[in-house]
Design a protein. Structure first.
Length: 172
C-alpha cells in the first residue's frame, strides 16, 4: 500500500492553476483524478490547470460542465472532464456512457467524485480541496491503494521540481 500525501496551501486562483498544471504534466492516458470539495473551493480552477498541463489550448476555455456533465478536450491525449454536481447518487450514472471515459485512452478528471460511489475506479489519484480562508484553500493529494508506487513517486518528484510546498509523510 502506498503512503504519503501532498498538501498545498493555495493563496490564489493562479496558485491553484499552477498546482493543476503540475498534476496535468504528470498525468498520462488511463489516469483518473478524483476531485472532492465544497462548492467554491476551486475544483474547476484546478481542472483548468490540469488541462494546461495536458497541453489543452487555452482557447478551449475549460469550464464547469455542470449542465452537460461531460466535456472532452483535445490535448496530448483526450482530457475528459466529468462534473457530477447535479448527480445525487451513483444510481443516476447507470444511464450515462461514462465507462469509456474512465477506462479509455485519455485522462479523466472528475469533480464531485464522491458521488460515484462504488463506480469510482480503484486506481486513481484523490484530490480534496478545503477552504482555509475566503481567499485560500488547502489542496490535499493522496494516491489510492491501487495506484502504482512508481506513479506516486513520479508525482512527488514533479511536485518537488516545481518548487511547490511538498509531500508530507503519512503518520506511522
Amino acid at each position: 500500500m502506498i503512503s504519503g500525501k501532498i498538501e498545498y496551501l493555495s493563496r490564489s486562483e493562479r496558485e491553484t492553476r499552477l498546482a493543476g498544471t503540475v498534476l496535468g504534466r504528470w498525468a498520462r492516458p488511463g489516469d483518473v483524478l478524483a476531485l472532492v470539495g465544497e462548492l467554491g473551493t476551486g475544483k474547476t480552477c484546478l481542472v483548468q490547470g490540469i488541462a494546461l498541463g495536458l497541453d489543452v489550448p487555452a482557447s478551449s476555455r475549460v469550464r464547469s460542465p455542470s449542465f452537460v456533465i461531460l466535456h472532452t478536450y483535445a490535448g496530448r491525449c483526450p482530457v475528459h472532464h466529468l462534473d457530477l454536481y447535479r448527480i445525487r447518487g451513483p444510481e443516476e450514472l447507470e444511464d450515462l456512457d461514462w465507462r469509456d471515459v474512465l477506462y479509455g485512452d485519455g485522462v479523466c478528471v472528475i469533480e464531485w467524485a464522491d458521488r460515484m460511489g462504488n463506480f469510482l475506479p480503484a486506481r486513481r489519484l484523490d484530490v480534496a480541496l478545503f477552504h482555509s480562508t475566503e481567499e485560500s484553500r488547502w489542496i490535499q493529494i493522496r494516491p489510492s491503494a491501487a495506484l502504482e508506487q512508481s506513479r506516486w513517486q513520479d508525482l512527488v518528484g514533479s511536485w518537488e521540481a516545481a518548487n511547490l510546498p511538498g509531500p508530507t509523510p503519512e503518520p506511522g
